[in-house]
Ligand binder design. Structure first.
Ligand code: PHE
Length: 447
């Protein structure tokens, strides 16, 4: 069967476009908001170590597999799985992997949009005369207001829907390319600021000195889930983008670039944030508010802080937007292809579902605070179900499909490489290491 099947969406022109789009999907709230707060909640260095190991040993190989599947299928993730299952003479039930991925994306989008709404609202923070107490108080005030949370969540989702409804290629290429490097520069600037806080070293030690006694099954599952979440793996986002990748682009190098950029941004965010936490006597285990409490303190005390603070939260919102687009796209593309409905109808329909669920997430910080599912509020429960369960499970199945179902010749043909050492290592990883390790973390956690 032809490997460079014509994509029904066309392919991207330059090789950088895929890297930039995939990085746009990967770099988002996961790096700047979630990574630091999860590291803080899980004891710092131990979590970071397991997280980095999960990225390198499990995430990267699965990312390669996911891009490869996407490019070979050249369709929406669900249809790609169907096409490749037929090619591999495997069961058509593999289509379900695309479908559950689309569902995971929708569920993630519902709470992602609430957190992205916080970032949007911080654009108007003002960044003046902020102390640790006043910063904590303003974040808590935001959380306690159902109307504010719902307003910003709605605004963020409307922007996402607008862009996706217009079509992915035009929607993406234009601005992400120029804006993401700017976000990177401001994060670097924050790191420089942190060297001046007097607690820089303390921050680094916290982040990079692992206390092995803190590695519990829970920390392992959290780090594993975060690795999938931050790389946008296990639900079809990267697969959907792979469908636009030029046939002659090297998938291995591309996956390494995306994973390295993504990990770099997360680590820099951590390096920027923890010194501010310690210098201001805040708790590392502050929870989801960590970035929103710490960074305004930094901006309010640096030269041109109002400018940098405002720009930072604008760029963070845009980074979140380029991720949220990829959360909804697999579902939208699937609906368009299988139900033959218009893009705008598909986007509005799914957007409405994400919006409604997002309202429950927003209210879980105030009115619905008492309502819990297995001890977690709605926001945390959705986060747990998707990131810690659905994404790693999706990842296992992607690895199994690539390693055990697809014909090895087809895999080699799509990767356009010979069966060398690197290929063997990767193939061993998707066949054995990734499924077994994810399986062990699950067993360890649940039993
Ligand atoms: N990787 C994105 C982030 O870190 C979130 C995301 C997860 C996007 C899964 C797409 C798919 O913010």
């Amino acid at each position: 069967m032809q490997s460079n099947r014509e994509s029904i969406h066309g392919t991207w022109s330059s090789r950088w476009t895929f890297i930039l789009a995939a990085t746009g999907s990967a770099v988002g709230l996961g790096n700047i908001w979630k990574f630091p707060y999860m590291a803080g909640d899980n004891g710092g260095g131990a979590f970071v170590l397991v997280y980095l190991a999960c990225i390198a040993i499990i995430g990267l190989p699965i990312m390669l597999g996911e891009i490869m599947i996407g490019r070979r299928g050249r369709s929406s993730p669900a249809n790609t799985m169907k096409i490749l299952a037929i090619e591999a003479k495997a069961s058509k039930a593999w289509t379900l992997l695309g479908a559950t991925g689309a569902l995971a994306g929708l569920l993630i989008l519902s709470f992602y949009s609430v957190a992205a709404g916080w970032a949007l609202s911080y654009v108007f923070n003002g960044f003046q005369n902020i102390t640790a107490e006043s910063s904590t108080a303003s974040f808590n005030e935001l959380l306690s207001s159902p109307t504010s949370l719902i307003f910003w969540h709605t605004l963020f989702l409307v922007i996402t829907i607008f862009i996706v409804a217009r079509g992915i290629l035009e929607g993406l290429e234009k601005w992400i390319n120029t804006l993401m490097p700017m976000l990177f520069v401001i994060v670097l600037l924050l790191c420089i600021y942190s060297t001046q806080t007097g607690a820089f070293f303390e921050g680094l030690v916290y982040l990079f000195q692992p206390d092995f006694s803190k590695i519990t099954p829970e920390v392992m599952l959290e780090a594993l889930g975060q690795a999938f979440f931050t790389l946008s793996l296990g639900m079809g986002a990267i697969m959907a983008y792979g469908a636009y990748m030029p046939a002659d682009q090297n998938i291995g190098k591309t996956a390494i670039s995306v994973a390295a950029l993504d990990t770099g941004v997360a680590l820099l965010a951590g390096i920027a944030i923890f010194p501010i936490v310690f210098a201001n006597g805040l708790a590392a285990s502050e929870g989801p508010g960590l970035v929103f409490v710490t960074l305004p303190i930094a901006f309010s005390s640096m030269p041109f802080g109002v400018f940098f603070g405002t720009l930072f939260f604008i760029l963070l919102s845009i980074a979140a937007l380029s991720s949220s687009i990829s959360l909804i796209e697999p579902g939208v593309a699937w609906l368009i292809e299988s139900l033959k409905i218009k893009r705008i109808t598909a986007t509005l329909g799914l957007g409405l579902v994400a919006w409604s669920l997002g309202i429950l997430s927003a209210l879980s910080f105030n009115l619905l605070g008492e309502f819990t599912i297995f001890g977690r509020n709605f926001f945390d429960a959705t986060d747990f179900l998707t990131n810690q369960i659905m994404l790693p499970l999706g990842g296992i199945f992607i690895a199994i499909f690539v390693g055990w179902k697809m014909k090895k010749e087809d895999v080699l043909e799509e990767l356009k490489i010979k069966e060398g050492l690197l290929f063997k290592l990767w193939y061993f990883s998707v066949r054995y290491i990734s499924p077994v390790m994810v399986g062990c973390v699950f067993l360890y956690f649940f039993f």
